[in-house]
Design a protein around this ligand. Structure first.
Ligand code: ZN
Length: 215
């Protein structure tokens, strides 16, 4: 991988980080973002204790798939074990985004999964977004719990913590993070308006599938 290509990935991570902050998905030093370096067993990740808006391309940390630091800042993000576990489990994943998106995080506190209730959510996340039971941030147990679930989902809620999304590009993983937050807001509003019993997921799924096949 050329230095220019790594510089390009670093710049895209920084741009995406600022957008996550501007869109209200992260506050303070919370959240982290990483991207695999194609053709290698390494990825670049945000250092710990840095606010997204102050992130610089040269400050990103290079780590291996076991989460060991190879180069960069003195401290890697606390959640590096989650990122490393996902890259080990999913060869197709190029980027991982972890935020404390407020509405989706509230769903995790309420132990409520986010359902594919609108067509865009159904297209992107047909199985919805499940809640991974609480484990301490940065722990091996949390990385293992995420690794087990991510095999079947592109987005997860971490109970009492935040959300994780993955993608085949940095931009796709960020977009999914925003979609999960929007899906949580819409589900909350729909349930508030109609009541939980009025929403029939099986009926909705049938409708969405019919629409897809008649296109
Ligand atoms: Zn977190």
């Amino acid at each position: 991988m050329s230095t220019k290509a790594i510089k390009d990935i670093s710049e895209r991570i920084v741009k995406a980080s600022k957008e996550l902050r501007d869109h209200g998905l992260v506050r303070g030093t919370s959240g982290n973002i990483s991207a695999r370096i194609p053709g290698t067993d390494t990825f670049l990740i945000k250092p710990s204790g840095v606010r997204m808006e102050f992130l610089k391309p040269e400050k990103l940390v290079l780590v291996d798939l076991q989460g060991n630091k190879i180069g960069g800042e003195p401290s890697v993000s606390l959640e590096t074990p989650i990122h490393a576990a996902i890259y080990r489990a999913r060869k197709d994943v190029v980027a991982v985004v972890h935020t404390h998106a407020p509405t989706a995080t509230a769903f995790g506190i309420a132990k409520t999964e986010i359902l594919p209730l609108q067509i865009e959510m159904f297209m992107l996340l047909p199985r919805g977004v499940p809640v991974v039971p609480f484990e301490l941030p940065g722990s091996k147990a949390l990385a293992e719990a995420v690794q087990n679930k991510i095999a079947n989902y592109d987005a997860l809620i971490l109970e009492n913590h935040g959300i994780v999304t993955v993608g085949s590009t940095i931009e796709a993983a960020c977009n999914l993070n925003e979609m999960v937050e929007e899906g949580a807001k819409i589900q909350f509003l729909a349930v508030t308006l109609a009541g939980r019993d009025a929403i029939n997921l099986a009926e909705l799924t049938k409708k969405f599938k019919t629409q897809n096949t008649t296109k």
